[in-house]
Design a binder for this molecule. Structure first.
Ligand SMILES: [Fe+2]
Length: 248
């Protein structure tokens, strides 16, 4: 809806922006995981995303049994808080929420008992593994998840230590039915050379379905805003279409 009070876009110093306008993975909701601790920080992160060209953002707080036992209630309450603050500021960004589910026993319990998991879009669920320890039997997990009607995305496959140097595993994930989501900062060396190499492999082999910020804090934001990094994102992604649900 047109609003006379809509604020103008905040230009990035470099004039560069992301080569897409939808972010499907971030931790910008206030106070419910290891992302933004409070509403002021959340607003600053939203302003940063807006300045990079993001107009639709799906916030995805962690749900991890022994760390962040978020529920639709905790997530929706934090979402409402942020939506109200963003509207009050006049920032023209659509913000919704889902979750980033750790593939653990608690998650499988939710798959079996919850009426509906929190989805990014339709039946699409964002999942992750621990960086150091692979989740049990992914064959069984993906089979059960898809039998329940969901389509899983594996968040940042390039970051898992156990896939370093074992890139055949990425093809296996696709064979199991996982959509793959790469973190933009993985391309920059932010998490080391091994992660960058894995991210490049995923792009070079057309294994990537989504790219996202996985934004947690202002250090991520500053790295995402770096002109050299923005040029890199645009070069790697180019004209390819990502984050478009109609293409799935
Ligand atoms: Fe995340």
């Amino acid at each position: 809806m047109f609003s006379f009070f809509r604020k103008k876009s905040i230009p990035v110093a470099s004039g560069l922006s992301f080569p897409f306008d939808t972010d499907i993975h971030s931790h910008i909701l206030p106070g419910i995981d290891d992302g933004s601790p409070d509403i002021e920080t959340s607003l600053a992160l939203v302003r940063g995303l807006y300045s990079l060209g993001i107009r639709k953002s799906v916030a995805t707080p962690h749900i991890i049994a022994d760390m962040y036992r978020n529920t639709p209630e905790t997530i929706n309450a934090a979402l409402l808080l942020l939506q109200e603050a963003v509207a009050k500021e006049g920032i023209d960004m659509e913000i919704t929420a889902a979750a980033e589910y750790m593939l653990d026993d608690y998650f499988m319990k939710l798959v079996r008992t919850e009426k509906k998991l929190l989805t990014i879009h339709d039946n699409i669920v964002l999942t992750e593994q621990s960086y150091a320890t692979p989740s049990g039997n992914l064959n069984e997990i993906s089979f059960e998840l898809m039998s329940a009607g969901y389509r899983p995305i594996m968040a940042h496959p390039e970051r898992y230590v156990f896939y370093q140097g074992r890139f055949d595993e990425f093809h296996h994930l696709k064979d199991l039915g996982f959509l793959l989501q790469v973190n933009l900062l993985s391309l920059t060396g932010y998490w080391g050379k091994g992660v960058t190499k894995a991210a490049r492999y995923l792009f070079d082999n057309d294994l990537v379905d989504f790219v996202a910020t996985d934004l947690h804090h202002d250090r991520h934001l500053h790295a995402l805003q770096h002109p050299g990094h923005l040029r890199l994102f645009n070069t790697v992604i180019g004209e390819k279409k990502f984050n478009d649900f109609s293409l799935l």
